[in-house]
Design a protein around this ligand. Structure first.
Ligand code: SAH
Length: 218
């Protein structure tokens, strides 16, 4: 563990109490959010704001999701410890750290080389060892499929087919789908080999998912 991991513990407790009030009831998620030092995942200028419930800038014009959004997406996955989970959009690595802290077998893909490298370094320093890949997450990571859970942390124009195909039977895909201004959180559950069901949840605003099965770069 890095020095200063225990710093801001009081602020984390307040944040977790707020998340609980907002409807996050999965104890494993709340405990993980209490344990993971979010301030390490931000540039130092923003460390003081790490425990406010807001999205904040990270490098390369990207953002670290708001804590509520991380908790909300994770809760929709309905995971059990030991489940294999794929994240699309490693970004700062915070969501991946939460999943590791919850005891999941974590795979995460990032398209930006700098963010991928920074997250790799920080997560290892904090003692987390998810499998990280630099590449286009809209294609999934077929080598390790199927996954019990897949979480997309960037705004998608639709549900990428490869992600659907890489879900285990009984597995869930949580993805914000819409235009670039606003996206609705969807949860696709693979009921059997051939059947899926889709449920609709709240609206959010994410940075774009750019890739073959996402938005195309101009
Ligand atoms: N989960 C992150 C939030 C990251 S923001 C966190 O906890 O900090 C979304 C990230 O998705 C950005 O880093 C962006 O570079 C990345 N991204 C966008 N399109 C992608 C794609 N096709 N494959 C992988 N990563 C992608």
């Amino acid at each position: 563990m890095l020095k200063d991991s225990y710093k801001y513990k009081g602020l984390r407790e307040i944040l977790v109490a707020k998340l609980h009030q907002s409807g996050i009831r999965d104890k494993n998620i709340l405990e993980a959010m209490l344990a993971v030092p979010r301030h390490f995942f931000l540039e130092s200028a923003f460390a003081e704001q790490a425990y406010e419930d807001i999205a904040l800038p990270i490098a390369e014009g990207q953002t670290i999701s708001q804590p509520y959004t991380v908790a909300y997406q994770t809760q929709l996955l309905e995971l059990q410890p030991g489940d294999k989970v794929l994240e699309i959009g490693t970004g700062s690595g915070y969501q991946a750290a939460i999943l590791c802290q919850m005891g999941m077998d974590v795979y995460s893909i990032e398209r930006n080389p700098k963010l991928h490298m920074q997250a790799q370094k920080l997560l290892n320093e904090l003692g987390y060892h998810p499998h990280l890949l630099l590449g286009d997450g809209t294609l999934g990571w077929p080598e390790f499929a199927p996954y019990h859970g897949i979480v997309v942390t960037a705004a998608s124009p639709g549900i990428p087919k490869p992600l659907k195909e890489q879900l285990a039977v009984g597995g869930r895909l949580v993805i914000p789908v819409g235009d670039l201004e606003s996206q609705q959180m969807l949860r696709l559950t693979r009921i059997s080999e051939s059947e899926t069901k889709i449920e609709e949840f709240k609206y959010f605003k994410f940075v774009p998912l750019i890739g073959k099965e996402g938005w195309h770069e101009k």
